[in-house]
Design a protein around this ligand. Structure first.
Ligand SMILES: [Mg+2]
Length: 419
């Protein structure tokens, strides 16, 4: 059985603020979205007062006044940096980590002993070293790890750690009977409405649903979701839409690299991936963060895990613009003499493309429509057909695929040879 953990920061933006302003503790606090529009993070006290996620500030003015709710604008540079610290600590607990969003990370703990104690230690260390409280959910699939985390968050008795793997079948079933389907990863409002209309209200009911007929009605993703709920690991990350608050593109290299040119090459590649995702969701990024890191499992080598946040004067989705600033950030944090094993870019401060605020001092931006043309060509002729010259031309960092057989049928250079 797999032991997958989902570590999720509690009320992340609010928690970040509280680290630096202890007066906010034990008080209702909310953090607002860009331009102070809506509540995007709420302390438990604010939740208890009935402040709903995403509610516009103007709708709760009376409540804010009455209960002296502390209202803060978002500070994405802070959250991104705190996120980086939390993720760095978590990374030391498993070689397999997937940073799922700014405040959530999956860790594969399969094969470790005493996993509950390990999870408790993880919580303790993150709290001590960053001030951020987290909860850990453990399950045999990602979907169940998410659900476990939901339980860990809500039940004080769990002390922040809950593992479905440790339950008997009947214990697990009674947990599932008490959770509504709307809490399941990937089930949104519309699916919830449709499922409840056909009499499926709880996770227990969804687990028992007939897979073939559910596939016929809702498609293959639903079938996989039910399997995941039954403990069979099959949903990969791409099949559930990631949080749009930020876009991350990062990767461990096949081989460590030391030259800045190789890091530039990798980073430019990650930026173009992230920028494409940004354009696909029709958004702009107001800030980017560059991370590079050495191999933390090589204790014999000097370690260096810097990160830098670059605020952008004007939110943008242009690959050229984002690459320029990412490389600028890299040049600030790069140090010679280290073997770098991983790099990445995080786009944050994301706003809808039509939210765009012009830059009073900007000159005419180069080639409007260029990105649109590039995306269209790549969509038609394949990813990477047209790219900027910086993007992945050296590839010294490329993923290790040593056991991969040659591309016999799709690459002229790798055709099988008879001799
Ligand atoms: Mg969270």
């Amino acid at each position: 059985m797999l032991y997958l953990a989902l570590v999720d920061c509690n009320n992340f933006y609010v928690s970040c603020e509280r680290v630096f302003n202890p007066r906010l503790r034990n008080k209702p606090v909310i953090v607002l979205s860009n331009n102070d529009g809506c509540a995007v993070s709420r302390s438990n006290e604010a939740k208890a007062l009935g402040v709903k996620m995403g509610v516009p500030l103007y709708q709760i003015r009376d409540l804010v006044k009455k209960h002296d709710i502390q209202v803060l604008s978002s500070n994405y540079a802070l959250y991104a940096d705190m996120s980086n610290r939390v993720m760095n600590i978590l990374a030391s607990y498993s070689p397999i980590q997937e940073i799922y969003s700014i405040d959530e990370s999956f860790l594969d703990l399969t094969g470790f002993s005493n996993i509950r104690a390990l999870a408790g230690e993880m919580r303790q260390r993150v709290l001590q070293e960053t001030g951020i409280p987290v909860c850990v959910g453990i399950g045999p699939t990602k979907t169940l790890a998410k659900l476990s985390n939901y339980v860990a968050k809500r039940h004080p008795k769990s002390k922040g750690v809950f593992s479905i793997n440790e339950l008997t079948a009947s214990q697990a079933n009674s947990v599932f009977e008490n959770i509504g389907i709307e809490e399941v990863w990937g089930i949104g409002r519309r699916l919830t409405a449709s499922l409840t209309a056909s009499g499926i209200y709880t996770v227990a009911q969804l687990r028992q649903a007939d897979i073939a007929s559910m596939r016929a009605k809702y498609g293959v993703v639903m079938a996989k979701l039910i399997r995941e709920l039954r403990g069979e690991s099959c949903v990969s990350m791409e099949e559930v839409a990631p949080a749009k608050k930020q876009i991350i593109n990062s990767r461990s290299f096949g081989h460590a690299v030391a030259a800045i040119e190789d890091l530039q090459d990798a980073l430019a590649h990650f930026v173009s991936n992230a920028a494409l995702k940004l354009r696909q969701q029709n958004s702009l990024a107001g800030m980017l963060q560059v991370i590079v890191m050495t191999d933390r499992f090589r204790e014999d080598q000097p370690q260096y895990h810097p990160c830098i946040t670059v605020p952008l004067i004007t939110p943008t989705a242009s690959t050229t613009e984002l690459q320029k600033w990412a490389l600028c950030g890299l040049s600030q944090i790069y140090r010679e003499g280290f073997q770098y094993k991983k790099a990445g870019v995080i786009l944050t401060g994301i706003v809808p493309a039509d939210f765009h605020q012009g830059d009073l001092f900007a000159c005419q931006t180069a080639a409007p429509g260029l990105m649109e043309v590039m995306d269209k060509i790549n969509a038609r002729y394949g990813k990477g057909t047209l790219k900027l010259s910086q993007d992945g031309s050296r590839m010294a960092w490329a993923m290790r695929q040593e056991r991969k057989s040659p591309a016999y049928t799709t690459d002229w250079q790798q055709l099988p040879i008879c001799s």
